[in-house]
Write a protein of this length. Structure first.
Length: 65
């Protein structure tokens, strides 16, 4: 676990996303949203799931930024 204030600017996607949060470009809940997207993809491989409207709206907000 990284310490508060520690730079998340690393080479993996999760680090880049949290780097956007640390830089003030996105809010913390928006930084967590891609993890949900990854979860949907993993579940989609095994079963069909329907995400809720709140999650879909969050995904679009991130994509628009």
């Amino acid at each position: 676990m990284m310490k508060k204030g520690q730079n998340y600017q690393i080479k993996i996607l999760g680090g880049r996303i949290f780097g956007l949060y640390e830089s003030g470009y996105i809010l913390f809940p928006q930084a967590l949203m891609p993890r949900k997207v990854k979860g949907f993809g993993n579940k989609a491989i095994h079963e069909i799931i329907v995400p809720n409207v709140k999650t879909i709206k969050g995904i679009f907000i991130i994509l628009e930024k």
